[in-house]
Design a protein around this ligand. Structure first.
Ligand SMILES: C[S@@+](CC[C@H](N)C(=O)[O-])C[C@H]1O[C@@H](n2cnc3c(N)ncnc32)[C@H](O)[C@@H]1O
Length: 216
């Protein structure tokens, strides 16, 4: 069994739950106007045709598709091969690849979105993940992070009901702000919304940031 929260553990758990997750969430953005607005606002901050990664795209591929429809050059990336296969079938007009969001240095991206992709690995990895994103983005590049709010950082029974133990980490606004600031980002905005009625009843945090220019 891989170490809980390791890259191999993400592959183990997400390959096993990808099909179920797709059935549950393929239409979820339809009922989330706040999220659609946040993604549109992100796209508006990136120049037309800008190179963007949807980090932890999952099996639905809906964030990748939404950003592509806004005129961005988007690649959806995920550690789970099953998620990438399903996303490609679900959104055949979009591009997806197996890749670790913590290993993106030198990609010269104009933007990166992490829509609930931080929860599968321990909080102690947050700084390294944000450092990878800072190293992937050109100066002035745009970052959008969406997470569930909380303090959890442990192995739990799969809340989706699969017979699995999965890693689950939650974050506060203050943790995200501090980690982004330490990783060469300027935090432009950070908002928190209550859960919609049909969501797991946890507040959601939205952080927008810009990759700072290196000091001369
Ligand atoms: C909760 S799902 C969210 C999927 C998608 N963003 C959505 O909202 O439908 C989290 C996804 O992040 C991926 N993930 C977790 N850690 C990752 C990493 N280090 N690199 C790439 N993908 C990762 C998982 O495989 C999973 O598909």
């Amino acid at each position: 069994m891989p170490e809980p929260g390791s890259a191999a553990d993400v592959v183990r758990t997400w390959d096993a739950r990808a099909d179920h997750y797709l059935r549950l969430f393929r239409d979820e953005l339809d009922g989330k106007p706040y999220d659609r607005e946040a993604l549109h606002a992100f796209a508006g901050r990136v120049a037309e045709g800008g190179r963007v990664y949807d980090a932890g795209c999952g099996p639905c591929g809906h964030v990748t598709e939404m950003l592509a429809a806004q005129g961005l050059d988007v690649l959806g990336i995920d550690l789970s091969p099953r998620c990438v296969t399903l996303a490609g079938q679900e959104k055949p007009g979009c591009r997806f690849a197996v890749m670790d969001q913590r290993d993106l240095a030198g990609k010269r991206l104009d933007g990166l979105v992490s829509y609930y992709s931080l929860h599968d690995q321990p909080k102690r990895h947050l700084a390294a993940t944000l450092a990878s994103w800072a190293a992937a983005l050109r100066p002035g590049g745009q970052l959008l992070i969406v997470v569930k709010e909380g303090t959890g950082d442990h192995v739990i029974d799969d809340p989706l009901g699969n017979d699995l133990r999965v890693y689950w980490a939650e974050f506060t606004e203050y943790e995200l702000r501090a980690a982004a600031g330490s990783a060469a980002f300027r935090v432009d905005d950070c908002t928190v919304r209550e859960a919609y009625e049909d969501e797991i009843p946890t507040r959601r945090v939205y952080l927008s940031a810009t990759r700072r220019r290196p000091r001369a």
